[in-house]
Design a protein around this ligand. Structure first.
Ligand SMILES: Cc1ncc(COP(=O)(O)O)c(C=O)c1O
Length: 463
């Protein structure tokens, strides 16, 4: 490492607080500092190249270094980098993007509130749901149903919605707000049920929970169509539709958190309706909306919600919710151009073609003794690692098994996301056959290296 690079590394180590930093080893390891990227390749400060198996963080959907998008951002910065959208001000990109989203989104989701990312968009969804019921004269409707292992972000509210219990440790949550249903995770929660039985079980549990809390006290159910950070969990067939129908029956708003699943990752721009046949009341978007080039999030609401929240009230005629960067012209221009590129370049078709191949190739890794499950859909995949396949026993958490595989992948030129016990893959949608084959070959070698390491350390049986 050169002296300058070492200095940057030290400054980062000493002054940047990293999300999800693991303080067991951070001071020693520090960060890998990335400096440039193109397509699905990324390069670090020492000139090492990697395949980006995570699209940054499930977001760089059109790939890195897209010049057309960079030029649009630059031009918008020159024309109008910023003005607010409060009250009666706006910009052309904000208007155009909101109109485009209304075309893409299902049902009567015609109105968009812009923010800066997924957490803020979920926070907005909950605030608007509460506001809606308050204005409708139903102020008791406040509770939110979420799921264990659901991930919804890191603001106070979004973290409360998040059902990944380990992340709650040491933090406070908004009190008495969220009830967590079981994760639709057949591998660990299925208890020998088939898909249909498991779905019935989950629906029964959901309805029981609704009746126990009282539908008059529940504002909304929030769900990712496929759970992402909590384990790339694909719910049983029919789950999304049936849970949506339950919400309709009990007048509970359905919030579809499509922060990861939208904008091509599953081969569709928006999946709620196209893949799962539901028309949510609120749709939450971020990440792929701007391919991560600029921070942007969106909370879309139905005509019905908009009609209620836009009635002027005597006590306060304004919608008193807003961020300096709501409808940021530069972010909206990036979002608009990004969607144009996704559509023009046929990324959804590309993912529909190569997604099944990616799934099939990753499934060839199931034979390894530490690979308990390979699951996901299209460009949203993971391996779940286990110590014993027959009992599904897990490795000691402190062993950080996925990080071991990650280190081997990294050495071989692949970045994936280790969320112990998972190895997660969510690549740019530019990933082609060559990139898929290279990824799977590197993961194969890395699994083999990890297994022999574990055996040498007597952490895995040699018989
Ligand atoms: C499904 C889902 N919702 C919300 C979020 C939070 O988004 P952000 O990190 O942009 O705030 C994420 C982030 O990974 C996510 O995966």
């Amino acid at each position: 490492m050169s002296k300058d690079n070492r200095t940057a590394w030290e400054k980062d180590r000493d002054h940047v607080i990293h999300p999800y930093a693991n303080f067991h080893n951070f001071k020693n390891e520090g960060s890998t500092i990335f400096t440039r990227a193109k397509g699905h390749f990324i390069e670090d400060i020492d000139g090492n190249q990697y395949l980006d198996g995570m699209a940054g963080l499930w977001c760089v959907n059109i790939g890195h270094g897209n010049e057309e998008l960079a030029e649009t951002i630059g031009q918008q910065a020159k024309n109008l980098a910023y003005f607010n959208t409060f009250e009666n001000s706006s910009s052309v990109p904000a208007a155009e993007l909101a109109a485009k989203l209304a075309k893409l989104a299902p049902g009567s989701l015609n109105h968009t509130f812009f923010g800066t990312g997924g957490s803020v968009a979920n926070d907005t969804a909950i605030r608007l749901a509460h506001y809606y019921f308050n204005l409708k004269g139903m102020p008791k409707k406040k509770k939110i149903l979420s799921r264990e292992l659901g991930y919804h972000g890191s603001t106070y509210l979004a973290h409360t919605l998040t059902g990944i219990k380990i992340t709650h440790y040491g933090f406070d949550l908004a009190p008495d707000l969220v009830h967590y249903l079981s994760a639709p995770y057949i591998y660990r929660n299925g208890n020998g049920m088939n898909e249909q039985e498991f779905c019935d079980f989950l629906m029964e549990e959901m309805e029981q929970k609704i009746l126990e809390i009282g539908p008059e006290n529940i504002a909304a159910f929030i769900a990712e169509p496929i759970l992402g950070a909590g384990g790339v969990i694909v719910p049983p067939k029919g789950y999304q539709k049936r849970s949506w129908e339950l919400c309709k029956r009990y007048e509970i708003l359905y919030i579809s958190d499509e922060v990861v699943t939208a904008f091509g990752r599953l081969g569709h721009m928006i999946t709620s309706f196209d893949l799962f046949d539901i028309e949510p009341d609120i749709l939450v978007l971020a990440k792929g909306i701007s391919s991560g080039y600029v921070p942007l999030g969106a909370t879309m609401v139905s005509d019905d919600i908009h009609d209620v929240i836009s009635i002027p009230k005597k006590e306060n005629p304004s919608l008193t919710h807003g961020f300096t960067y709501s409808g940021h012209p530069l972010a909206c221009a990036a979002g608009l151009k990004n969607i144009e590129i996704l559509e023009r370049e046929g990324f959804c078709e590309h993912v529909k073609t190569w997604g099944p191949y990616f799934e099939e190739q990753l499934k060839t890794l199931s034979d390894y003794e530490i690979v308990g499950d390979v699951r996901g859909s299209h460009y949203m995949m993971c391996l779940e690692l286990v110590k014993d396949k027959s009992t599904k026993a897990m490795f000691d958490f402190d062993l950080n098994i996925s990080k071991r595989v990650y280190q081997h992948c990294k050495k071989r030129g692949l970045m994936m996301r280790p969320i112990t016990p998972l190895c997660v893959f969510s690549p740019p949608l530019t990933f082609d056959k060559e990139a898929i084959d290279q990824t799977v070959a590197i993961v194969r070698e890395s699994l083999e290296a990890t297994i022999s390491e574990l055996k040498n350390e007597e952490l895995l049986s040699t018989v």
